[in-house]
Design a protein around this ligand. Structure first.
Ligand code: GSH
Length: 228
């Protein structure tokens, strides 16, 4: 019987072509992070937002909604941040020995990992988008209505959105604390899982601050996988 170690899984094929359509200041930053972690070769096409903060119409040639992130892997068009994250993990995590998709999670951690993938866009993001929209109300309103609209937007923010957000951040902080001091990730391991990748899409600064304080070192940022 041979005592040699099993050979590592093959690296993602160089013939497989992956393109990340990257809009500035967008959730596409999260996809960049996971692509680097997975050491996948990719190309990046960068788009700039217009003065209205919307994506340029060229993105609609990739996907009917014209949003970012969207990736094209070979000829497959894959949209929605959570969907892209789970696709990339399913397709490429074996190359990094599955460290970002641990199979030995307790039922509680496994559920937390699944929950946050859906929660980020389904529950947290609507609050953040509402905050953004209401913050734009005053500057978008005609001058004669501005004082009333400004007051209304402030009330919605204070009495609804900020109270909701406080509840959400309490839950997130509680979940991160439950993993104890040995890990800064949602599922308590040494590497991030999909719950962490998708949560980095959150633009809310206090939440991001949690990540900034991490002492985490990416697995590898190999020159071969740098964006071209
Ligand atoms: N639910 C989608 C949201 C995609 C989305 O709204 N992306 C924003 C950037 S983070 C965008 O493309 N905005 C420009 C626009 O709507 O024109 C996802 O998770 O990917």
């Amino acid at each position: 019987m041979s005592s040699s170690l099993p050979s590592p899984p093959p690296a993602p094929s160089s013939s497989s072509k992956l393109t990340l359509h990257f809009l500035d200041h967008s959730r596409a930053e999260t996809i960049l992070w996971i692509l680097e972690e997975l050491q996948v070769e990719y190309e990046m096409k960068v788009y700039s937002r217009g003065s209205n903060y919307l994506a340029p119409k060229e993105l609609r040639e990739i996907h009917p909604l014209g949003k970012s992130p969207v990736i094209v892997h070979n000829s497959l068009v894959i949209a929605e941040t959570g969907n892209i994250i789970s696709y990339l993990l399913r397709t490429f995590d074996s190359h990094t020995n599955g460290v970002f998709s641990p199979k030995d999670l307790s039922p509680e951690m496994d559920q937390k990992n699944a929950y946050y993938l859906h929660y980020a866009e389904g529950s947290l993001m609507p609050i953040l988008v509402n905050k953004l929209v209401f913050s734009k109300f005053p500057e978008m309103s005609p001058w004669y209505a501005r004082p009333i609209i400004t007051g209304f937007a402030a009330q919605v923010n204070k009495n609804w959105l900020d109270m909701e957000l406080k509840k959400h951040l309490g839950m997130i902080d509680g979940d991160l604390q439950k993993t104890g001091s040995s890990s800064s990730w949602f599922c308590g391991g040494e590497e991030p899982t999909q719950a962490d990748f998708v949560s980095d899409a959150s633009p809310f600064p206090p939440f991001l601050a949690t990540f900034v304080s991490l002492t985490y070192t990416p697995l590898s940022l190999s020159p071969n996988s740098s964006p071209r």
